[in-house]
Write a protein that binds this ligand. Structure first.
Ligand code: PLP
Length: 579
């Protein structure tokens, strides 16, 4: 019998294998990377990387259309991937495998092509309390378009969909039941077989979001008897931007195309309209992600033996990792698990008493440990748990117990360090302002900004910048609790943040700000030093991007998520719009 060899497995991933495994928390030597964010995306094995490069270097051509040999070769590889997916998930036919950008797009296709055309006002859509936004928002959109109503299956205490409640939630009114095979926060394998059967018994259509399942479990869509199953390649060692919509052929045939364009048609005429192509091409308008499809095929070739030949070993190893990590985290007093009990797959979500998730995650990052902090695209679950976010460790079979030891030791070190929010938070912009006569304030702030620039010019690399930001964060005076309210809150920031503005009789703006994360407080000090005590015109004219660039912060301030600093800057600029 073949055995799964974790060390050999690790060596297949160039990005992972390039880092040293001799870890020591005591030495301050740069570790590099311990990648514990696999639920967001996995690393890629060399053979997946090579397969895409080989396509571009050796047989790059468009698929299906041309009559030359290069296109034939590309089409062969492209369609071979479809057959691999068919076998991988046990579909009856290749016609049931539709290429999409990923799980999100797959869900949107079902929603817009099928649900939108069949739902009526009062019909019910059943989701689960722990869904990813990808399996919530498209349904909310269609509910708004059709007047359908969304109902939620609750979770039980262990974090699974509460199967005892489904009879009261799924009824004759239910037309669609859509839920995750495994939650990306809770790591529990939901009882989808019973849920699918229940949906079927009332004539509802079932969709299973397999985004977190495909890398860990063998999938058999026929045995499950679901109507749709969706997943993304990038969470199963494949490329980004490519995924799968599996649908039962009869349903897919009944659905109109999702998008129009080339590839998805048989004929197009100005006088007689267009006739659509057969499955699966009807849903694949435009030139597809050919390299992505080929890479996905290779990731299946890579994954298949792990879920078959050495499945027990592979799954045992993943189980050993998650149990080890769960146990080690349990020994840390501050750890509060989102749900008690070791998860079914290696996804562990928790918070730390008295420590902000973003502070911990960004500090771990400076030690080379990549974990995720935030709402994990599951805001309704966070709201139900009364949390604004949590930390998530998600492991893959290339991770090791040595990495977990390092992570735990680093976490302990961070918790014992001065990250505590109970620090005596002192001032840069606040108390010193109180002590300073109005006339001196401009000088103080100008000096402060110059000081910040001088400080950051001396720092090298994100680690030392991060440390300086955290130290600045300690100096910001906390806003009065009463002032941290609905009127001062800043939306668009993943941590809670508040901003208050005053206008002096000389037309100068004075901003006071605060956040529950120390890292954001540090960034606020930097921003306030630039904007405080300026006129509206000075604020509008100030080139904040150059300032951030000068401080070496630009790449750490992603506009869409990151720390939301730009949302704060926008708010300041909005307050001070020149008249
Ligand atoms: N569903 C679940 C459970 C997920 O974890 C994710 C991604 O994290 C998605 C859906 C969306 O996947 P993608 O962004 O690849 O479309």
């Amino acid at each position: 019998m073949k055995l799964f060899d974790p060390e050999q497995f690790r060596q297949k991933f160039p990005l992972i294998a390039s880092y040293d495994q001799t870890l020591s928390v005591q030495s301050d030597s740069k570790i590099g990377l311990i990648y514990f964010d696999n639920a967001a995306t996995t690393q890629k094995p060399q053979q997946v990387i090579d397969s895409q490069q080989e396509y571009y270097q050796g047989y790059n051509a468009n698929v299906h259309r041309a009559s030359h040999h290069l296109s034939n070769k590309a089409t062969y590889a492209f369609e071979k991937s479809r057959s691999l997916v068919q076998v991988f998930i046990g579909a009856q036919s290749v016609k049931e495998i539709i290429w999409t950008k990923g799980a999100t797009e797959s869900i949107n296709i079902v929603v817009q092509s099928l649900a939108r055309n069949t739902l009526k006002a009062g019909d019910e859509i059943v989701l689960c309390a722990s869904e990813h936004h990808a399996n919530i928002v498209p349904w909310q959109m269609v509910a708004e378009q059709t007047g359908a109503v969304i109902k939620i299956m609750p979770l039980n205490r262990q974090g699974y969909i509460d199967i005892t409640k489904i009879d009261t939630i799924i009824s004759d009114k239910t037309k669609f039941v859509s839920c995750a095979h495994i939650s990306n926060v809770l790591g529990r394998i939901n009882p989808i077989k019973q849920i699918i059967a229940k949906a079927k018994s009332v004539g509802a259509i079932s969709l299973i979001d397999g985004a977190q399942a495909v890398a860990h479990l063998p999938i058999d869509v026929q045995a499950l008897d679901c109507d749709f199953y969706v997943f993304s390649a990038h969470k199963m060692y494949g490329p980004t931007g490519i995924g799968v919509l599996y649908g039962k052929k009869s349903l897919l045939e009944s659905m109109p195309p999702y998008q129009g364009g080339g590839e998805m048609i048989k004929t197009v005429s100005f006088t007689q309209g267009s006739r659509y192509n057969s499955l699966p091409f009807k849903f694949e308008a435009g030139t597809p992600n050919i390299a992505g499809v080929i890479g996905l095929g290779e990731s299946i070739t890579f994954l298949t033996p792990l879920l078959n030949d050495v499945a027990k070993d592979y799954q045992d190893y993943e189980q050993k990792l998650v149990a080890y990590c769960y146990q080690a985290l349990s020994s840390i007093e501050e750890v509060q698990f989102i749900r008690e009990g070791c998860p079914d797959i290696a996804v562990i979500a928790f918070t730390l008493t008295d420590h902000h998730n973003h502070d911990v995650a960004t500090t771990l990052d400076t030690y080379g440990v990549a974990i995720r902090a935030g709402h994990h695209c599951a805001m309704p679950l966070m709201a139900q748990l009364k949390l604004d976010g949590c930390l998530r460790v998600s492991l893959a079979a290339y991770n090791t117990t040595a990495e977990i030891d390092y992570f735990i030791a680093t976490l302990r070190k961070i918790l014992q360090s001065d990250l505590s929010p109970h620090d005596d938070l002192r001032v840069v912009a606040g108390k010193e302002q109180d002590k300073t006569k109005a006339g001196d304030l401009t000088k103080v702030l100008a000096t402060e900004m110059a000081g910040i620039i001088a400080l950051f010019t001396k720092t090298k690399g994100w680690d030392s910048r991060h440390r300086e930001i955290m130290l600045l964060g300690k100096k910001l005076t906390r806003m009065d609790k009463a002032l941290r309210n609905e009127t001062t809150i800043i939306t668009g920031c993943e941590s809670l943040a508040w901003l208050k503005v005053e206008l002096t009789s000389q037309g100068l703006y004075l901003f006071t700000a605060d956040s529950d994360a120390k890292i954001i407080r540090g960034l606020l000090v930097i921003v306030l030093a630039a904007y405080n005590n300026k006129t509206a015109k000075q604020i509008a004219d100030f080139d904040i991007n150059s300032y951030f660039k000068q401080l070496g912060l630009m790449q750490h301030l992603s506009p869409s998520r990151g720390n939301g600093l730009l949302a704060i800057v926008d708010k300041i600029r909005l307050f001070a719009t020149p008249v």
